[in-house]
Design a binder for this molecule. Structure first.
Ligand SMILES: Nc1nc2c(ncn2[C@@H]2O[C@H](COP(=O)(O)OP(=O)(O)OP(=O)(O)O)[C@@H](O)[C@H]2O)c(=O)[nH]1
Ligand SMILES: [Mg+2]
Length: 387
């Protein structure tokens, strides 16, 4: 009897144990063991603080939060990929090169006849050099062929290159002007109609000028829409520079004024000011720009560049736009954007000839390194396939 009871107790114990094991297994998730989710409080390691004025100025602004305040430039995450190299004209002027390729190979063939002039004229006009400039170029070359100064197609090709270079030759320097006087802040105003690439140009310039050793502060003078300041804010973050922004619909002159004051206080030597190109009418635009320029030039501000941004894809329209701006403010340099991928690269020649203002920078893409100093020799070589 006792043995029977012991046996029964043993069976009960075994059954209970088995049940406990089964329950424990059923609660465990099936499949391979999962990886613990990352701890959200752990962040990627920040790059070590840089030395130099730009970094010091950024740090000084930390903690300000009012809407008109200098937004503290956040410390950028480490770059995941190295910045691509600056582009070459040759690599980015593909489509306009294509326009000239037929005429150029005919010229290399050696003979100069009626078809030569026709194909050259067509290429120049299709590339948006403009009728007037094309006529002037060809008239001169025809005279030189008639006088036997130019005998072969190859000579004509190199003479064409020289003539275009001569048109692009301006007395004024293409260097961006930076006075850098003690106690003053250089201001570069960036103007142009909407969508031409003003904000992107400022973003690229912020990086370039910081790399060149300047201490940059951005002024979000396009108050037409809030997104404009946000877009500039993203570029400020990428380049680790401060930005002064105001409320949507606010007075752009006040923002630029504020930026200059803050730049002086923070030790920034260069303010890059964005402006809106989308105003109600031409008169408003002109008056607004005049006011911004006047106020930006008040001590300690000193406007050393007014850069007019033109979109190369708009071709000859860019020239008409330019007139509105040159009437309003003393434009000191042209930035011609979107030369990559457009078949209208010849607009550089027309802009330079018609406006007489140096093309200082060209945009060859959307990336931070895709804004380059305008180099007439490299441009002409790429245009005519001489490189
Ligand atoms: N391919 C190419 N795209 C460019 C270049 N420059 C600017 N863009 C693009 O053009 C578009 C307009 O540029 P934005 O900088 O916003 O132009 P914006 O003049 O500030 O425009 P608004 O603020 O609307 O007046 C964006 O998609 C840019 O990425 C360039 O050189 N090449
Ligand atoms: Mg913009």
């Amino acid at each position: 009897m006792t043995a029977l009871l012991i046996a029964l107790a043993a069976v009960v114990v075994v059954v209970l144990l088995a049940a406990a094991i089964l329950i424990a297994r059923s609660r465990r998730p099936s499949g391979p063991p999962s990886v613990a989710p990352p701890d959200p409080t752990v962040s990627i390691e920040k790059p070590p603080p840089k030395t130099g004025t730009a970094r010091a100025a950024t740090t000084a602004a930390s903690g300000t939060v009012s809407p008109e305040a200098v937004a503290p430039a956040p410390v950028a995450e480490p770059e995941l990929e190295p910045e691509p190299e600056a582009p070459t004209y040759r690599s980015r002027l593909g489509s306009v090169r294509g326009i000239f390729s037929g005429a150029v190979s005919a010229l290399r063939g050696g003979r100069i006849d009626g078809a030569t002039w026709d194909s050259l004229e067509e290429a120049l006009i299709r590339a948006d050099v403009g009728v007037r400039t094309t006529d002037a170029l060809l008239a001169d070359l025809k005279a030189r062929v008639a006088s036997k100064e130019i005998g072969s197609g190859t000579d004509l090709l190199s003479a064409l290159g020289d003539e275009i270079r001569a048109l692009l030759d301006v007395a004024d320097s293409r260097q961006l002007r930076f006075a850098g006087e003690a106690g003053s802040v250089d201001v570069w105003l960036v103007v142009g109609v909407n969508g031409v690439g003003k904000t992107t140009t400022i973003g690229k310039l912020a990086r370039q000028e910081t790399t060149a050793g300047h201490s940059v502060l951005l002024a979000a003078g396009d108050t037409f829409r809030a997104a404009a300041a946000d877009q500039l804010g993203m570029w400020a973050e990428r380049s680790e520079v401060g930005i002064v922004r105001g409320a949507e619909g606010g007075d752009p002159s006040a923002i630029v004024f504020d930026a200059v004051q803050r730049a002086a206080a923070r030790g920034n030597d260069l303010v890059l000011a964005d402006t809106a190109g989308r105003l109600h009418n031409k008169l408003n635009l002109v008056e607004e720009l005049k006011k911004i320029r006047r106020i930006a030039d008040r001590d300690p501000g000193h406007v050393t560049e007014v850069l007019l941004v033109l979109d190369a894809t708009t071709g000859q329209n860019a020239l008409a736009q330019a007139k509105v701006f040159t009437d309003a403010v003393d434009v000191t340099g042209i930035v011609l954007t979107k030369l990559d991928g457009t078949a209208k690269g010849g607009i550089v020649i027309a802009v330079q000839r018609e406006l007489g203002i140096p093309v200082k920078l060209v945009g060859l893409g959307e990336g931070v390194n895709d804004l380059v100093a305008f180099d007439p020799d490299a441009f002409v070589d790429a245009l005519l396939g001489l490189d």
